[in-house]
Design a protein. Sequence first.
Length: 287
Amino acid sequence: MECLQRMNDSLDYLEEHLCEEVNIEKVAKVACLSKFHFQRMFHILTDVTIAEYLRKRRLTLAAQELATFDSKVIDVALKYGYSTPESFSKAFKKLHGINPSKLRDSGVTLKAYPRFFFQIQLKGAERMNYKIIEREAFKIVGKAIRVSTVDGENFKAIPQFWDECCSSGFYDKLTEKMGGLGVMGVCGVDCDGQKDEFTYMVAIEKPEDKLELDIVEREIPASTWAVFESIGPMPDAIQEVWKRIFAEWFPSTGYEHAGTAELEVYYPGNPDDADYKSEVWIPIIKK
């Protein structure tokens, strides 16, 4: 429960600073997480980026203020972080479907985006299959991409990267050399909190024989891992596992994220099948 309470504390911080430029690193400290893992956990739990959440909350409050008080559009725009009335009006109309100057006309219906609140949801009928394992450091090889977390850019770039790896034949060549861990999506390598960047890899365990491919090599540190089984078609099945890890498993156990790279492990088979098996590997430490 402490995990979700810290996330709710971070939401309180966001609400208190909606009229200011929000420093995500400070918000992450409230949640006792790194900037990278805070943004990742927030998106997994809510399906929106922090930037999108802030934008919709600010525009909701701006609409309430314009509808209730005799405020000027330019004053409200500046209050909620917009440098010009034009940029504010464009964002306002995109969310509410109306120009802010027309807000006081009768019969106008607005869209309200309420603040979030995190709570534990334990689904007793749906068991989570997982195991805790210790594993020494191991090397991985594969193709890497440097991605930014600014405005959720990583959530667009990574699927595109996978498409490129598959269409170019790189994925098929990796499968020919994969070991017991199959092909992995490795998230959070070489995190740079100052630049809001990290490295993502499509990789396999380093094989004994050389790969005739243009690849990079990284080492995954020795860790205690929580390994979660996912059964079902991709990507829906594994995305549901991710949600349950942060919404149910972490709040109800004595573990927390170790802050190092996470793995998605894809085994041979048809990823569209109802019985397709994949895994999520999370590095953990005891609280």
